[in-house]
Design a protein around this ligand. Structure first.
Ligand code: 7RM
Length: 649
């Protein structure tokens, strides 16, 4: 456990919600009464919410089917279309001129897209995708920069019932290839490139490389010309997005799909094996995206300007840059560029220029911007802000306080939201105008969500740490792992005999029932809010010809939360350039975010008698801490000394 996280254990400051504004949920009493409603009538409460917040083509006949647990089904019998819920219904309600997306490019260009324009473009794109031969249930990979066309592509897929799988634009061609293959995608939608740090980050060449091997399922590549970088054109396969959309009518009837029709697959890292394709379905996911916008952010579509800084390559970007705001008929901000370009005031300038009212970002960004100095936010008028959110990793109290004092001027509630790719939307978060907050705690479960901190036997722990579990299904829960039902059961349900969903996070509850997260209990790393499996990085290292074996652990890092530390056994003598070469190799295999920060060489790795790598020992060594593991059974104790020497071979 890192020191920053340890310090949360002694945190006892508390901040009352701001007075004078009535939130969608406006007091703790109201919060507890909704909880009670769920307790006394679980299905009925969800039924009412689903009727209130979604528009249905056909009404559902059953709220929750538990008969094939853990494969739960929500709102069976119902039919709806997600893009219709996000677009048509708002246009029909007379909101066609309202801005749906404000997009800003790093170089300063701004585009405002109204609901009517967005609907038109989504219809045109949906027609193109259909003409290409994509049918309901087919998979479409989206590998794009943060441009409106990325959201249009997602909504266009949903309009015709195609399943999208967005791959983060900074993932390597190899990672893209693996996802294309696993999803057996028919189509890839990409862009020539994106703007980044004053230059261009080429993307289309990455797609070409990913498809040069054995991605036989892909028939076409739809390319948005955006950055203007030179690209190769594969005639017959590649289709120009703008050329193709030009000739399409701005009408495409939305396909009403079953509530449980798959909406998207999003790959995320686990503790073992290759990334898993987390599968989400339509109705439950959308309901929760829509509701949590209101509950956790107190979102007012008519007056708020909402900005979630997450890239659409992550679940946060799916739910809170695109679907949540649009389901509510609100306005969402998209920024294509790095947060510190041309200076560390860029995010604050965007907030001021557009009048952002709700801002949502990751602790790692908050820490980096804090380090850059108060003069940057102080240069900009941040008075439009009213709610500040964070997500992705535990936030240390120092960063929380800075966010609260310097960005929110002590006026804005801090909403620390705990959730996962698997949960689809927020699970634990304060209600900004009801829940008193404590720096570093995600506070209490949202209404309808039943969480507990338990020990190995599933018994609630009243004091000290345990594991976070979710005891009741929720509408936005993952529906499985694409193509691997058994892995879904093994990963999330086996640990507590199918009774509880196992989140993989360590947590503790304080005397007020507030939840404090303490990091993962498995071999998943959280590097700058990005989730990475140690196994993934180990496999990437092991695929280098010089590497015999590798073990990867995290160590606490002030800015990134966790840094990546690799212990490597070589097949040959280490050359001067090997460390740099291995880092580049991992970036090529996975992406730059997976580059190890430290690489240490040894003759062997410390293992238990049964041959398991002693990870706790390696974590202590990586952090430079005293060793807490029993190493007496180690065959070769000298490896410990060897591994303690930073950078030496
Ligand atoms: C949304 C997202 C999920 C993992 C999760 C936690 C960690 C996320 C918080 C947090 C403490 C938070 N999806 N995590 N939010 N830990 N406090 N508010 O991040 O699938 O990429 O990662 O991230 O470990 O299990 S994710």
């Amino acid at each position: 456990m890192s020191e920053t996280i340890m310090s949360t254990l002694e945190e006892n400051r508390s901040f009352n919600p701001p007075q004078g504004h009535k939130g969608h949920i406006s007091s703790l009493d109201e919060y507890f009464s909704i909880h009670e409603q769920f307790k006394s009538d679980f299905d009925g409460t969800w039924r009412t919410l689903a009727h209130e917040h979604l528009s249905w083509s056909e009404p559902f006949t059953r709220v929750l089917d538990r008969s094939k647990a853990p494969f739960f089904r929500w709102f069976d019998g119902g039919k709806l279309n997600l893009s219709e819920n996000c677009l048509d219904r708002h246009v029909e309600a007379g909101l066609g001129d309202r801005t749906a997306i404000i997009w800003e490019a790093e170089a300063g260009e701004v585009r405002r897209i109204s609901y009517q324009e967005l609907l038109d473009d989504v219809c045109k794109a949906a027609n193109v995708i259909k003409e290409i031969g994509v049918e309901a249930g087919d998979r479409v990979i989206i590998y794009m920069p943060m441009i409106p066309e990325a959201a249009i592509a997602m909504l266009a897929c949903a309009r015709i019932g195609a399943i999208h799988s967005v791959v983060f634009g900074a993932f390597s061609p190899q990672a893209l290839h693996d996802r294309i293959q696993d999803a057996e995608a028919k189509l890839v939608i990409t862009a020539d490139g994106g703007g980044r740090r004053g230059g261009i980050h080429a993307m289309k060449p990455g797609v070409d490389e990913a498809l040069s091997g054995t991605c036989l399922s892909v028939q076409h590549v739809l390319v948005v010309r955006h950055a203007g970088n030179a690209i190769e054109w594969n005639a017959g396969r590649d289709i120009d997005w703008h050329q193709a959309l030009k000739f399409q009518p701005a009408v495409c009837p939305p396909l009403a799909v079953d509530s449980e029709h798959p909406l998207f697959i999003l790959y995320t890292s686990g503790s073992t094996g290759k990334p898993k394709g987390i599968l989400h379905s339509t109705a439950g996911y959308l309901l929760w995206a829509s509701l949590t916008m209101r509950w956790s952010f107190d979102f007012r579509p008519e007056s708020d300007l909402f900005w979630c800084t997450a890239d659409i390559g992550w679940i946060t970007g799916h739910t809170y840059s695109v679907y949540g705001p649009l389901a509510n008929g609100g306005t969402t901000v998209m920024y294509e560029g790095v947060p510190t370009y041309p200076d560390p005031g860029r995010l604050w300038k965007i907030c001021a220029d557009h009048g952002v009212t709700i801002f949502y970002t990751a602790p790692t960004a908050i820490r980096a911007l804090k380090k850059a100095g108060d003069e940057w936010p102080n240069k900009h008028d941040l008075s439009s802000l009213r709610v500040l959110g964070t997500v992705g990793e535990p936030i240390n109290p120092e960063a929380w306080m800075w966010y609260h004092d310097v960005i929110g001027k002590t006026r804005c509630p801090i909403v620390d939201t705990w959730w996962q790719t698997e949960t689809g939307g927020h699970m634990i978060a304060p209600l900004p105008f009801a829940t008193p907050t404590k720096p570093g705690s995600a506070t209490l479960a949202l209404p309808g969500i039943d969480v507990e901190v338990v020990d190995e036997h599933g018994k609630p722990v009243s004091e000290g740490g345990g594991m976070l579990v979710i005891r009741q299904p929720w509408p936005a829960m993952l529906r499985g792992i694409w193509g691997d039902d058994q892995r879904y059961i093994d990963t999330y349900w086996k640990k507590f005999d199918g009774r509880y969903y196992f989140a993989g996070d360590g947590a503790r509850k304080d005397k007020d029932g507030y939840i404090w997260f303490m990091g993962r209990v498995d071999d998943v790393l959280n590097v700058s809010g990005h989730r990475l499996g140690t196994m993934e990085i180990e496999s990437a290292l092991a695929s280098h010809p010089a590497v015999a074996e590798a073990a990867v652990v995290g160590r606490p890092d002030e800015l990134k939360g966790e840094a990546i530390c690799a212990f490597v056994v070589l097949k040959c003598k280490p050359g001067d350039k090997l460390i740099a070469e291995l880092r580049v190799h991992v970036a090529r295999e996975i992406g730059p975010i997976a580059k190890p920060d430290d690489i240490r060489f040894a003759n062997s790795l410390p293992k238990t008698r049964s041959g398991k790598i002693m990870r706790r020992l390696l974590r202590d060594i990586a952090a430079g801490r005293d060793i807490t593991s029993d190493i007496s059974t180690l065959e070769d104790q000298s490896v410990v000394l060897q591994l303690q020497q930073p950078g030496k071979a």
